[in-house]
Design a protein around this ligand. Structure first.
Ligand code: SF4
Length: 489
């Protein structure tokens, strides 16, 4: 247990997450009275206001003995306009530097705990801050490693042509299909094995189509940008059902108006020739076939019902039949996998050469079987995961893949990041849109999130559909009225 005491400052999630990133397995307890602490670890954070300065002080005590201490000073004159933000960064810097000394580990993302670090770069660019100053802010204010600062600046630059000029009329559509063939052990999405839900598939599709038609009415004066059909595994539906959904999308929004249509075909055990031919006939220009690993032992261990050979067959079938862009998702840090196994997976990627590769770091999410049973498996340490990320990055360089979006997840091994790589000009616009939040995304289907973006105020409003299929089916009027209320007009 680590006790946290704040003097002159309110406890917030960012502080909790920063401390948690140094001590992932310890319980953290925020105390309001120092009497609650008698022994063990205590992080004492205080803010002291002097005439011209604010002092941020962090002290780490072990059994009442001071082990480490850091102080950051800020001249008041520099923070008048953005006082809350500046204070938050000052507090985090003093905590970070204290904990680096205590734990003897540095974190490449410094004090950043948010999941979208590239957004910071876009915000600084929008304020006309030049490249050198942005790099300086990332390294000296947010304490990022130079390599991470350069990475997010490179990604933000690559995204610019897809984001700007910002238009309040533009939006993308996300359609959620919550069915999968089986449940993967690392998955915490609210998805269900389709074989237990066949009796609800027709009702689900009817309701989904009704929701899509309603969105069309609500967005009549807006301009559609991209469509993403995800889940779950949309291809676990029968071909005719998935085709019906795509046809409805075209009927509602106009095929020619949609710049990009992605369908996740994540599991190769759901892909067959009829499905691929339907994609081609319906002009689906991007699909995702996700191996996660090309090692059969691992695939079995994580509950995937297929082999690496199935992945190769699905990929070849899709390419042979003319699917334009294929993405492949990989996960680093799966149980039993080290650098050798990752290199084997990357060797296959080199041969296949898909247009997009998304490299994830394993996230042990609450609600996943892997997290519940983590004591049974062998996970690699932070340093090895770092080596795997380096191997993936070197592979990308060698094969002319460019990083084009990045996000961080909570509970990833070593607090690393997920990176989407792309061949030149093959970036997935929807992925940039969902990450950078500079346009509205309208979600349809169970658990789908709708985010309305107000560019003038740089602000988002959200509403989320029910996460259970039964609630989605039975409380549909509430979903529609929430969508109307969030002022889609
Ligand atoms: S295929 Fe994807 S959504 Fe389905 S259970 Fe596996 S990880 Fe979850």
């Amino acid at each position: 247990m680590i006790y946290i005491y704040l003097d002159g400052y309110e406890y917030n999630l960012g502080i909790f997450e920063l401390i948690r990133s140094f001590f992932p397995n310890k319980e953290l307890k925020n105390i309001e009275d120092l009497k609650e602490y008698s022994s063990g670890s205590l992080i004492y954070i205080s803010i002291i206001e002097l005439n011209n300065f604010i002092v941020f002080r962090c002290q780490f005590f072990l059994d009442n003995e001071l082990i480490s201490k850091n102080e950051e000073n800020l001249e008041k004159i520099f923070i008048e306009r953005n006082r809350d933000k500046a204070i938050n960064i000052g507090v985090k810097k003093s905590i970070y530097r204290t904990l680096v000394e205590v734990s003897k580990t540095k974190h490449p993302w410094g004090v950043l705990t948010g999941i979208r670090p590239t957004k910071i770069v876009h915000e600084l660019v929008e304020k006309n801050i030049n490249t050198n100053d942005i790099q300086n802010i990332l390294i000296n204010q947010f304490l990022l490693d130079e390599s991470k600062a350069n990475l997010i600046m490179e990604i933000a630059k690559r995204q610019e042509k897809y984001i700007y000029p910002i238009s309040r009329l533009k939006y993308s559509l996300y359609i959620n299909i919550p069915f999968c063939p089986t449940k993967c052990t690392y998955c915490s999405f609210p998805t269900v094995p389709i074989k237990n839900y066949y009796h609800l598939v027709d009702s689900y599709i009817n309701q989904l189509i009704y929701e899509i038609k309603t969105i069309k009415e609500l967005m009549l004066l807006k301009e559609i940008n991209t469509v993403y059909i995800g889940g779950g595994t949309p291809t676990s539906l029968p071909v005719k059902d998935l085709q019906m959904i795509i046809k409805e999308v075209y009927n509602c929004f106009g095929e020619d108006s949609i710049g990009e249509l992605t369908v996740e075909a994540g599991r190769p055990d759901t892909i067959n020739l009829d499905m691929i031919k339907m994609f081609k006939e319906m002009n689906v220009n991007r699909i995702s076939i996700n191996p996660q690993s090309m090692n059969d032992k691992t695939l079995k261990l994580i509950g995937r019902n297929h082999t690496s050979r199935d992945i190769l067959n699905s990929y070849e079938m899709a390419k042979y039949n003319g699917i334009e862009t294929i993405n492949m998702d990989l996960i680093l840090g799966l149980p039993g996998e080290g650098v050798k196994e990752i290199n084997n997976t990357l060797k296959y990627m080199e041969e296949l050469s898909p247009e997009n590769i998304t490299v994830h770091t394993l996230s042990l999410k609450n609600g996943s079987a892997l997290k519940d049973n983590m004591h049974k498996y062998n996970f690699e340490k932070q340093r090895i995961v770092e080596n795997m990320l380096d191997a993936a990055s070197a592979f990308a360089d060698r094969n002319e893949y460019y990083p084009y979006y990045l996000y961080r997840q909570k509970n990833t091994i070593g607090n690393f990041e997920n990176i989407g790589y792309s061949k030149k000009d093959k970036e997935c616009i929807y992925n940039i849109s969902i990450m950078e939040e500079k346009e509205s995304i309208i979600g349809a289907g169970v658990g789908a999130t709708t985010k309305i973006y107000y560019p003038d105020e740089n602000r988002l409003e959200r509403t989320i559909n029910f996460r259970s299929i039964n609630e989605y089916l039975n409380r549909f009027n509430e979903i529609i009225s929430k969508k109307r209320n969030i002022s889609l007009g």
